[in-house]
Design a protein around this ligand. Structure first.
Ligand SMILES: Cc1cc2nc3c(=O)[nH]c(=O)nc-3n(C[C@H](O)[C@H](O)[C@H](O)COP(=O)(O)OP(=O)(O)OC[C@H]3O[C@@H](n4cnc5c(N)ncnc54)[C@H](O)[C@@H]3O)c2cc1C
Length: 317
């Protein structure tokens, strides 16, 4: 089965999901001896193409149309490339941009679309794993069609790191300028200021166990000692104690830091969905039966108001 991956960039940076989709695509091409093609649209396409030249990629197609994401350009480009290359599997990111154009492309190509994939396998058909019922159930969907479109959840596959020997080609795509109905006029950060919790190697994450807003100082003190960033479960954000950009989980950010310290967080499925792929998980909770301990590598069953000051003292020393 051949695969076409549509890469994503934002504000001048190739996003990690692009290299994660290459890993996902390789899973399919390796199992079926197919070609792996990658397309990158707009911005510094030549630079992105070099970064996308990773092991397993046969051809990177560049489309130098505009600087930033544009719905109409993406729809037309991905549609034309898919018609030309005829990949069995079209992989797009399950991101704000991907969700903007993927359904339109799938509809125009008359392909079934499976969204938010967290696993791919090839049996007789392509089999896509996704979650249902607020992440309580995982289901495998056999796509009963020779041609499919899939959006891939960020941070579910590792990035493909090894450099490859892909050809880099300018794609032969014609954009009908008269159909472009919208353009990006600028960006404004709405939450979190310049804090991007997805960038942090260490996250100190706080939940309802902290009890009161004033007690958050303790968590920031620990984060300072560790050179870490503070993130939170949803109730902390819903209470207005921390900004939305710091929320981890299904309706927050998906994070994969080297170390995730969950303090006074129970480990509800909606929270775990956003942090379960962290390299090392440390949990501090008074309740030995808290579900967070099911996925923690290290667990401390104790009162956070005793443990956190002791940790700060330890790291200060
Ligand atoms: C559609 C939907 C989307 C959602 N999206 C998200 C999301 O993106 N992110 C998210 O986090 N949640 C989300 N939720 C909410 C989620 O279901 C949980 O309610 C939430 O994660 C619980 O947060 P918590 O663990 O901080 O609080 P709680 O569940 O109240 O847990 C607090 C924990 O602190 C421990 N504790 C209390 N005192 C102490 C102490 N002194 N020392 C140590 N431990 C202590 C308790 O034992 C308990 O385990 C969503 C829910 C829905 C329905």
């Amino acid at each position: 089965m051949s695969v076409l991956v549509v890469a994503e960039h934002r504000r001048g940076e190739l996003r990690d999901v692009s290299l994660e989709m290459i890993t996902a695509g390789r899973q399919v091409t390796a199992a079926t001896d197919g070609d792996l093609h990658v397309a990158v649209i707009g911005g510094r396409v030549d630079e992105y193409a070099q970064q996308l030249n990773r092991e397993g990629v046969d051809v990177v197609y560049t489309v130098a149309e505009g600087e930033e994401f544009n719905h109409d350009v993406s729809v037309q480009t991905v549609e034309q490339l898919t018609v030309d290359l005829d990949p069995a599997v079209l992989l797009m990111p399950h991101t704000v941009n991907g969700l903007d154009y993927a359904p339109a492309v799938a509809s125009r190509l008359d392909r079934p679309l499976v969204s938010d994939a967290i696993g791919l396998a090839v049996e007789d058909d392509l089999v896509v794993t996704r979650e249902l019922y607020g992440s309580k159930v995982e289901t495998s969907i056999a796509v009963g069609s020779e041609r499919a479109a899939v959006t891939v959840r960020p941070a579910e596959w590792p990035k493909t790191e090894a450099i490859g020997d892909a050809q880099i080609e300018t794609a032969d795509v014609t954009i009908d300028e008269s159909t472009i109905g919208s353009t990006v006029r600028g960006f404004e950060e709405t939450t979190g200021g310049d804090i991007d919790i997805t960038d942090s190697e260490i996250l100190v994450s706080v939940g309802r166990g902290i009890d009161e807003e004033e007690n958050l100082d303790l968590i920031f003190d620990l984060a300072d000692e560790l050179d870490a960033t503070v993130s939170a479960s949803r109730p902390i954000v819903d209470s207005g104690w921390l900004e939305k950009g710091r929320q981890v989980g299904q309706s927050g950010k998906v994070v994969t830091p080297d170390v995730y310290i969950a303090i006074g967080i129970s480990g509800a499925v909606q929270h775990v969905a956003g942090m379960k792929d962290s390299e090392t998980i440390v949990a501090i909770n008074t309740d030995p039966n808290a579900p967070i301990f099911d996925i923690a590598d290290y667990g401390i069953v104790d009162d956070l108001f005793d443990v956190v000051p002791a940790l700060i003292e330890q790291f200060e020393a």
